[in-house]
Design a protein around this ligand. Structure first.
Ligand code: FE2
Length: 488
């Protein structure tokens, strides 16, 4: 890259010329400004050191013999706070040049014997410029890679496609300052479908991406990138080459080789993120399928309690959300609600389905269902966080519950919520041995047993929740019942 002397341009390299001879600094200034550099000058070595400390300079050209301190002493001080600036030392005559040891020790890139012509000096500066540009590129690469690596944990933990897309957009924006537009299409766990699962776009993109068909989107993105040099496109795939989406970005100028490389790196990381997202979604689907199957086994035992687990789960989960518990807590309540009676699978039909009042012996067997449930789920890691809740869902605040007779706060909070939902739904449903209570009657019973059987605080919240949104809750409960009857 030889700069033309005739073409006055300002490049991004800033040069500092230091000489105690004002004529020399003026000459250096006009010469290097003439070939396109930003140039600053000084004739006072000590002042120059401070200016270099405060400002940003890429190259320092300085005289060796100066007062009050010489060039090598100036360099020694500058190197204490700046290792990056490239330094060219000017000497009056070869015999006056600093010893090679000094040049090495202070990392001086070159020294130059003063002459009337500056061609050779310009060549030296150009070679420094090449190294500076390479160094800047390496630094940028390190910075971009670090930025991408820092963004990955956040990307990997996103469960919601909307948030995932927004986070990808944000990360891309931080990597390409010249980004003018971005289009991201996500397919994830629906690789064989025809329409994109989610589409995110920002900025101005040339083409109209209005095809409802996924292949149309990807093809169009590819065509735009091929026809327009400012665009880059990458198909996002999993390790088996299944298409998970596409990424198209538009820059202000055609991408440099470095920007293309960074785009490839970014795309491959995003492919990894989407693969993880798709696998998690699949795992969750399998998990939910399994939950549904086991839950049906419990409810199918007894037509009178059909859908009971669904409704307990719904009411307890809604209560947890109403109280303002965090997502993880609410999810535990929801799943534990679905499985709270799974231990009943181990109770014989003659006891579980009996129309008669149970003998003490049989009552003891049925009262073991929380323990049976605990034992059934304990070995499955998926259910580890709900086994204690299931174990305690028949405990009472006053300690008269089972299996352990725990009191008050000893009972897990989640279990205290499920107990209320369980009792409310049981009272509100027909059983073979009695008619159902109205919601008002069921609420009265909750109040009567508040502080003895049930957690008084949670009962209060439960009643408030019901009265605030009664119609919606009743509609939800009715539709859960309907859905259940349709399924069996
Ligand atoms: Fe139960």
């Amino acid at each position: 890259m030889r700069l033309s002397k005739h073409k006055q341009q300002v490049n991004d390299i800033t040069l500092f010329a230091l000489d105690d001879d004002p004529l020399m600094v003026d000459t250096l200034r006009s010469y290097f400004q003439g070939v396109g550099f930003n140039v600053d000058t000084d004739t006072e070595p000590l002042r120059a050191i401070e200016r270099i400390r405060e400002g940003h300079y890429d190259i320092l050209i300085l005289d060796f013999l100066m007062t009050p301190i010489c060039g090598d002493q100036v360099v020694e001080q500058i190197r204490q706070f700046n290792q990056d600036i490239f330094i060219i030392l000017l000497t009056g005559h070869k015999s006056l040049a600093p010893p090679i040891k000094t040049i090495r020790n202070f990392d001086i890139q070159a020294y130059y014997e003063k002459s009337d012509r500056f061609d050779q000096l310009e060549l030296l500066v150009e070679s420094c410029v090449k190294s500076i540009r390479q160094m800047k590129l390496i630094r940028k690469h390190q910075k971009d890679t670090a930025q991408l690596t820092e963004a990955l944990p956040e990307l990997y933990c996103q469960k919601d496609p909307q948030r995932l897309g927004q986070t990808i957009l944000k990360t891309a924006g931080s990597l390409w300052s010249e980004l003018q537009g971005l289009l991201l299409v996500i397919v994830t766990h629906r690789p064989d479908n025809q329409s994109p699962l989610a589409v995110f776009r920002s900025g101005n993109l040339l083409a109209n991406f209005d095809s409802p068909q996924l292949p149309g989107w990807l093809q169009k993105m590819q065509t735009v990138a091929k026809d327009h040099p400012k665009y880059m496109f990458s198909q996002l795939t999993d390790p088996q080459e299944q298409v998970l989406g596409g990424l198209l970005i538009k820059l202000k100028n055609p991408p440099s080789p470095y920007q293309s490389q960074l785009f490839q790196l970014f795309s491959s990381q995003i492919s990894g993120v989407l693969t993880n997202y798709a696998n998690t979604a699949l795992l969750n689907n399998n998990y939910l399928e399994m939950i549904k199957a086991i839950r049906k086994m419990v409810d199918a035992r007894d037509i009178y309690t059909s859908g009971h687990s669904d409704r307990v789960s719904y009411l307890a989960h809604r209560l947890a959300m109403y109280i303002g518990k965090d997502d993880a807590f609410c999810e535990r309540v929801r799943v534990a609600g679905l499985f709270h009676d799974i231990g009943k699978l181990a109770v014989p039909d003659r006891i579980l389905l009996s129309d008669q009042r149970l003998e003490d012996e049989d009552r003891q067997i049925i009262n073991k269902h929380p323990l049976y449930g605990y034992n059934m789920l304990e070995s499955l890691s998926l259910f580890k966080n709900i086994t204690e809740i299931i174990y305690s869902h028949h405990e009472r605040i006053d300690g008269k519950g089972y299996p352990d007779g725990l009191t008050g706060d000893e009972i897990p909070e989640e279990a205290r919520m499920i107990t209320i939902a369980d009792a409310f739904d049981a009272m509100s449903s027909h059983r073979r041995y009695r008619q159902s209570k109205t919601h008002e009657e069921a609420i009265e019973e909750l109040i009567r047993c508040s502080g003895t059987q049930f957690d008084a605080e949670y009962v209060k919240h439960f009643i408030a929740m019901l009265s605030e949104d009664r119609d919606a809750i009743e509609a939800d409960l009715a539709s859960l019942k309907k859905a259940y009857l349709q399924e069996i």
